[in-house]
Each structure stands twice: as C-alpha cells, then as structure tokens.
Ligand binder design. Sequence first.
Ligand SMILES: [Zn+2]
Ligand SMILES: [Zn+2]
Length: 370
Amino acid sequence: MSQDGSPTGIEVSKFFEVRQTQYGRACFASQDIPKGVEILISNSPFATVILHEFRKEVCSSCFGYEYGKYCKVKLTDLPEFKSNKKFRGAGLWFCSEKCMEDWLKFDSKGELTQAFETFLEFYQTKTKSPAPETTEFNPKITTEYIELYWKDIEDWESKASKMKKTKLLGKLPYLDEDEYTGARLIIHALYNIYQNHESLETFKELQTNELQKVGRFPALLRSQASIYQVLKTILPDYLQPFLTIETIRLIFGREYGNSFGTWQLVDDKSSENKEFLGYSLFPEASFFNHSCSPNLKKYRKVNRMHFQTTADIAKGEQMCIDYFHMLDESLMVRQEVLSKNWFFECACDRCDEEFRSESYQVKPPPKQIY
Ligand SMILES: [Zn+2]
Ligand SMILES: [Zn+2]
C-alpha cells in the first residue's frame, strides 16, 4: 500500500502525515502503530444535516434515531418560545430535554436557531403554494457552462441588491425537499465559518468534484443556484459576509465526495437494511483514501468521528478507510458504487487481486488513487 508523496503541511494527527501523491492527498503512518489504536478523533463537524424526510425522527443534537418515531422535544416547548406564536421550532427536533439543552448551550446566542427559523419560515410559506412544474434542465455540462451559469447568478445578485426585499421574496425560486436539506447544510457551514473563520481553510484543501458531480446530475447546478438566491435574500446580516458564490460552490463541490453519512443500521449490517439519515462534513478526517481492505475503522460518537487501526500498521504505510460499508459486496458492486458515488475506479490491493483472479476476465483499472 505504500506510495510516496511530499508532505502537504496539513497537520491532523501525530500518527500520520497527509502527503501529496501523484493521485491526490493520502495519509501515511508517521510511526509503527499497533492494531486497536485510536489515531484520530475529529472536531465537531464543519457542517451537518439531517435529510428532510427524517427531520422529525432524528435528534438534532445526538443524531439518535428512534426507528420512525417522532422526536418528542422541540424548542417550542420552552417558555421563551411558547410566548411567540409565530415561532416554528427552527426545524429542530430532540430526543430528550438533555439534548435540547446541549443545543441551547452550543448555540448560546440563538443565532443559528434564528437562521434556521428564518429559512423554515421562507420554506413553509413558499411550499404552501403547489410546486411549479419542473422544467427540463439537461444541458451539456462543461467547466465553461458552469462558470457562465454562476455569472448569471452574479448578475442577478447585483440587480437584486437594488430591489425591495418584499418584491424579491416573491420572485425567489421554489425549493424542493433535497434543496431544503442542501440549504440547511449551507446555513450550518456558514455559521461555523462565522464562529471560526479558519474552519473553511482545511475544507478548502479537499478535492472538488464539482464538474463530475454536476456533469452527472446537471439539475444540481440549478438547485445550488436556487439555494444561493434564497439564502442571499433571507439570511440574517451576520451570515451574509460569508455567503458568496465562491463559498457555496466550494462547499457543494466538496461535500459530495467528502461527507460522512449518518446511518442507522436496522437489524443487521447488510446494505439493504440501513437508512441514510443525513450527513456531516469532517474536513480533517477526509484525507483518508478508500480501500476495500482497509486498515482503519471509523465510527461516530455523537457528533465526532473516531478512527481506529484494525491491523498493525508500519511507518510509511498508507492508512485507509472503507467509504460505504460495502466490504461484503462483490468486486463489481464495489467498483460500481465507488465510481458512481466517488468518481474513481478503486484499484486497492484487494480489487487488484480479485480482478486478476480467474472469476473475472476483465482488465483491472490502472493502479491509481484509492
Ligand atoms: Zn438526542
Ligand atoms: Zn477496492
């Protein structure tokens, strides 16, 4: 597994170095590490989101999931919010009083809650009217097309800045449930950037998949622009300086290949029996490559990701995780899922070996990033 590379200067853990290899960034052990050592505990996420479908079922603090039961605790239960009849609960649900208290401690000034509430008010008002018919949007995506599309949004922005807000609100695009989820992810990220301007820096180091992702799903470009237009119009002033076209493209371009899913395994570990509840971004934990025979396991504890060695690792060896809980799948399934979701052909030792085995008369992909 060893592939040399030059150090990037990104320091994440004393146990490994992030190096620039021919195929991108990768993590290499900086010392011999025995099996069972925790080599990284992430910071709290740069951004996290629960899918619209599960918003009432997953706790906003601990991500606990009660198998389809609604969470019982809402901010509207608190006296300070109860008196405000208009308050909608900011789209936050909690599994317990304790989790709600944790949220209030985390967002002690209520700023993030306010931003979520403002967005929810827009969303619920807009979705009272029936959704407009979706028009075909399937252009041939090139880098130039993406640039021009965003240039139009920039032009919209300069016109919008001269318009009355009430008029502008009426003209904003309708957001669907996926866009609701995307917008909440962006709001959370902007709040974190506002709290700590440095938090964007590590995220910037990750590889962008904007062209591949939008190329495969052109409608995402329109969705991202709609989210930008809505947030640019409605978000509170304190977040506005951080909301730029550059930042929203940076986040959406990188989130897809670098997010950690919040999963609830139902009954067993087979891939059909798990629910994808949402996802989080942990930039400092995103430099690990995938391998179908990984030497690290990852697990979430509340809102942190933990990484532990599952084998003895020698100094200089690459440290890899499994991206998709799919180690029991066949070679072809693994290859397909990785190329569809992460835009690469896995050429890890295991795939390489299986490609060469008698059961597959297919040429293995060239040895490259994994
Ligand atoms: Zn909870
Ligand atoms: Zn593989």
